[in-house]
Design a protein around this ligand. Structure first.
Ligand SMILES: [Zn+2]
Length: 267
């Protein structure tokens, strides 16, 4: 593979590869829509079944099985909906990030005097597929986790003889946690997709190094990531921080990013 080398011998830093805030906002909005639709539906159907349950309890029947069935059916339906939604969302987002970062990278390379062609190489395809797979896994997991917790909540509520209002309050607070998780996924995955796709692109184009940049955006920064700010690392290996090899935006809540650099002669 050809390696891009600075003609003057001095390393040339390119423009930073940063996640696009607009893409994150759209991603978050779409993901929250999926989550809110699920939450609204769960609240609606559970309220209806819970009321029916109360009425039947008054008649001395045992409607607990019917309620259990409702919860199970809801869970199944939303698992299915989430899989469809996750596939669509992940593909849209990964494509959008790839298009955006490709033109950014091409632009900054052109300014540095290098004309490159973007091709869907095998390794690029693998990176692209991995980004999609991770997102689909995380998004579908939202509904898996929530379904399990709601099933437990409903049954506990029935056994303790709690009223609908108490159950609804508990569900609402559960929904709040799910929404926060969805927002975190949108931000993290937007950062991570940007770094993962650009890293593979750069490697394919013969760029071998990048500079680590700390975003200074989070409230609780990892001290090692703050210290890594400005340091050069190998795109093959990443940076050795806190006992492991890592890359910007690879870990949860990491908003670090990279500045690719064309190497000089001596390397
Ligand atoms: Zn970081």
């Amino acid at each position: 593979m050809t390696k891009l080398v600075s003609p003057t011998g001095k390393p040339i830093p390119l423009r930073p590869m940063r996640a696009n805030a607009r893409l994150e906002a759209i991603y978050r909005k779409k993901l929250l829509k999926l989550v809110d639709d699920m939450n609204d539906s769960i609240l609606y159907w559970l309220s209806a079944s819970y009321k029916a349950f109360d009425a039947e309890m008054a008649q001395d029947a045992n409607p607990i099985k019917a309620l259990q069935k409702t919860v199970k059916e809801l869970a199944l339906r939303w698992l299915k909906n989430f899989k469809v939604g996750a596939d669509k969302l992940a593909e849209w987002h990964t494509n959008a990030v790839l298009n955006m970062t490709d033109s950014q990278l091409q632009g900054t390379l052109k300014d540095a005097g290098f004309t490159v062609k973007m091709q869907m190489t095998e390794s690029m395809q693998a990176a692209y597929d991995a980004v999609i797979a991770e997102q689909v896994g995380l998004i579908t997991n939202i509904s898996v986790q929530q379904s399990a917790q709601i099933e437990t909540l409903v049954m506990q509520s029935v056994q303790a003889g709690r009223d609908l209002k108490t159950l609804t309050d508990e569900l609402e607070s559960r929904f709040g946690i799910t929404r926060r998780r969805a927002k975190l996924i949108a931000r993290d995955q937007n950062n991570k997709a940007t770094q993962t796709l650009t890293r593979q692109r750069q490697k394919d184009l013969g760029i071998t190094q990048a500079i680590w940049r700390h975003s200074h955006a989070g409230k609780v920064p990892r001290p090692s990531h703050v210290k890594a700010d400005g340091k050069t690392y190998d795109l093959d290996k990443g940076m050795y921080l806190d006992g492991e090899w890592t890359f910007p935006s690879l870990q949860v809540n990491c908003r670090c990013y990279s500045v690719p650099q064309i190497s000089g002669w001596v390397d």
